[in-house]
Design a protein around this ligand. Structure first.
Ligand code: GAL
Length: 442
């Protein structure tokens, strides 16, 4: 492996991308049943006096149909195990946490954090660790025996200086292209596109038939699309290099990929884009649009909330050019320093890290479990294919840009601003320069 010149956690993410395969392969030998361990030992730095643990405030952005059910299922199980502890579900709506993250930032700044909040594993979490906003959860992991229950690469993404700072509940996949087989049939399209070039050819024909080739939503969905175009056009290795060698952003290959992105974007409904990912996907459901690039939380929305049947009513393939690659992200929950109900928050984290909690949550959420010893039989339809791909030693794993794995919050928001200018102006060179710069400023 080449020597990493980036900060520690970023190097670890690089390691994650190579180590995850080993870890996942090892996971197959893990025992199938969760060890019921003794109650968590309190991590260090417990406040001296603590209010009675009668409630726990859980902060996330899961309010939409499908994802809300997943969260509710975990909350219901928590209540069964912790009678008398009230759960305050402080979820703030808005896909990819756009609104929630802003509110959370204010609360962290003001020193009034929720008792536990959602953060993506990876550099997004590293920000909070560096700012000393989070408690070290290593002793919780040790008392529960969790260190051997998570893929090594994922553990690396939530660890700094040997200490673990969050509890991952799931693994999501970002590089997915969703569609309805009946729409493809009606347009005479034999198969979804395997490359972005093929997409552009199909898109030209689709436009002539007065449909939108690709639905799109707000800024973060455009970034999500960009990440999949980069992945498909550059390949997994060079995509990963982007997060380690910022100069790569100004290479001819990236210029060509950004040009493809511009062409792809021209085949979307961006001029009247939907306000969030669910209404954007509705345009595919009602036949106005043909394809939608989105993470597998869409499976929860279409499969569960809309009650559609996988393969017959809707289907999914890897985004063009990314066959065999898993562009991953993971939602995790934390224990902020200064949590008012710390003891109850530890119990919530116990729920998040348990096999039961993960197997209740993930089938409804449209994700696969973070734990390697969960019950595979609970993952059916699309999720069975996701689990098989995640556990396949041949799968190449890369980290998501939009969902916190390879970019910290500062870099992420620089990219957001540069991208909205790029989308408006079409000036790819200025965008590439801005991103390269964002990555060199720490
Ligand atoms: C991601 C998150 C997913 C899902 C998605 C859409 O950032 O990790 O769990 O919530 O946003 O909101």
């Amino acid at each position: 492996m080449t020597r990493c010149s980036r900060p520690l956690l970023q190097c670890r993410i690089a390691a994650l991308l190579s180590l995850a395969l080993v870890a996942i392969a090892c996971s197959k030998t893990s025992p199938p049943v969760e060890k019921e361990a003794a109650p968590a030992a309190a991590p260090a730095a417990a406040p001296a006096v603590e209010p009675k643990a009668t409630q726990v405030e859980v902060f996330s952005w899961w309010t939409g149909p499908g994802e809300q059910e997943g969260l509710d299922a975990m909350i219901a199980d928590f209540k069964t195990k912790n009678s008398g502890v009230e759960v305050i579900n402080a979820a703030v709506s808005g896909g990819s946490g756009t609104n929630a993250k802003a509110i959370l930032a204010n609360r962290l700044q003001a020193g009034t954090p929720p008792d536990s909040y959602q953060r993506h594993a990876g550099l997004e979490l590293a920000d909070d660790i560096k700012a000393k906003k989070l408690e070290d959860l290593t002793s919780l992991y040790e008392s529960k025996g969790w260190k051997t229950k998570l893929p090594k690469g994922l553990l690396d993404a939530i660890t700094i200086d040997g200490k673990i700072y969050s509890v991952p509940v799931n693994i999501h996949r970002a590089n997915l292209l969703w569609f309805l087989p009946k729409t493809l049939q009606s347009l005479g399209i034999g198969a979804p596109p395997a490359t972005w070039k093929e997409f552009l050819t199909q898109a030209a024909a689709i436009t002539k038939k007065h449909k939108t080739p690709l639905a799109i939503g707000p800024g973060w969905t455009q970034k999500h699309l960009l990440e999949t175009v980069l992945l498909g056009e550059l390949g997994a290795e060079q995509y990963t290099t982007l997060w380690k060698q910022p100069n790569e952003w100004q290479s001819p290959k990236v210029a060509a990929a950004l040009d493809t992105f511009k062409k792809v974007l021209a085949f979307t409904d961006i001029k009247s884009s939907a306000p969030d990912w669910q209404p954007a996907s509705d345009r595919v459901l009602d036949g106005a649009a043909v394809y939608f690039v989105m993470g597998d939380w869409l499976d929860a929305y279409w499969g569960r909330a809309k009650k559609l049947k996988f393969k017959t009513d809707y289907d999914v393939v890897e985004t063009p050019g990314s066959s065999g690659v898993y562009d991953f992200l993971s939602d995790s929950f934390t224990l902020p320093v200064g949590a008012k109900h710390r003891e109850a928050a530890l119990k919530w984290l116990d729920e998040c890290g348990s096999v039961t909690g993960q197997d209740l949550f993930n089938p409804q959420k449209g994700s696969v479990p973070a734990r390697t010893d969960a019950d595979a039989s609970k993952y059916q339809g699309y999720l069975a294919t996701a689990l098989a791909a995640w556990q396949n030693p041949k799968t190449v794993i890369v980290g998501s840009l939009t969902h916190g794995v390879v970019a910290n919050n500062a870099v992420g928001s620089e990219i957001d601003s540069a991208l909205s200018l790029f989308v408006a102006s079409g000036d790819a060179a200025t965008f590439a320069k801005a991103v390269a710069k964002a990555y060199t400023v720490d």
